[in-house]
Design a protein around this ligand. Structure first.
Ligand code: 4NP
Length: 155
C-alpha cells in the first residue's frame, strides 16, 4: 500500500471535519497504518482559526470514545498539492473547494465524504452548528460509516 494523505474539509473546521479527522485517525491507529496515512482537517472559512473544536462536538465525540484536539485552520493553496484526497462534507464546501482549487488536477482530488458511506443514504453531512444534540450524533454516525468505507477503499 502506498502512502496516502487525506484532508477533511467543512465550513468552520470546528465541528464536522475535526470529527472526521478524529474518527479516521482512530481507525488508522487500530489498523496499524499510522505511518502510511496522513490525516488533517481544514475549513473553507477562517472564522474560528486557532480554536479547538466546538465544545458540543467535543462532548459528543468524547461520549463516543474520541478526543478531539485539532486547532481550526482555513484551507490554503498548498493543501491542494500536499493532499491526495480532499473530502467535503456538503455541497457548499464542495463548490467552495472547486472554486479555490488552483488546477484541474487539484479539482480531481475533491470528493464528497458521503460517497464512502455504505449504511447511510444521505448525500451530505448536515451542519450541526445551529441545531441540537441529535445533529451532533448524526454527524458521528455518518462519519463513522464514511471512514469505515474510506479505510477499505485506501487499503
Ligand atoms: P463546521 O460547523 O463547518 O462543521 O465546523 C460550523 C462551524 C461554525 C459555523 C458554522 C458551521 N459558523 O457559522 O461560525
Amino acid at each position: 500500500m502506498k502512502n496516502t494523505s487525506i484532508l477533511f474539509v467543512c465550513l468552520g473546521n470546528i465541528c464536522r471535519s475535526p470529527m472526521a479527522e478524529g474518527i479516521m485517525k482512530t481507525y488508522i491507529q487500530k489498523a496499524g497504518l499510522t505511518h502510511k496515512i496522513h490525516i488533517d482537517s481544514a475549513g473553507t472559512h477562517n472564522y474560528h482559526e486557532g480554536e479547538l473544536p466546538d465544545a458540543r462536538m467535543r462532548q459528543h465525540a468524547f461520549q463516543r470514545g474520541y478526543d478531539l484536539t485539532h486547532r481550526s485552520r482555513p484551507i490554503k493553496t498548498e493543501d491542494f498539492d500536499n493532499f491526495d484526497l480532499i473530502l467535503a462534507m456538503d455541497d457548499s464546501n464542495l463548490s467552495d473547494l472547486m472554486r479555490k482549487a488552483p488546477t484541474v488536477e487539484a479539482q480531481q482530488k475533491i470528493k464528497r465524504i458521503t460517497d464512502y458511506c455504505s449504511r447511510h443514504t444521505l448525500d451530505h453531512v448536515p451542519d450541526p452548528y445551529y441545531g441540537g444534540a441529535e445533529g451532533f450524533n448524526l454527524v458521528i454516525d455518518l462519519l463513522e460509516d464514511a471512514c469505515e468505507g474510506l479505510l477499505k477503499a485506501i487499503k
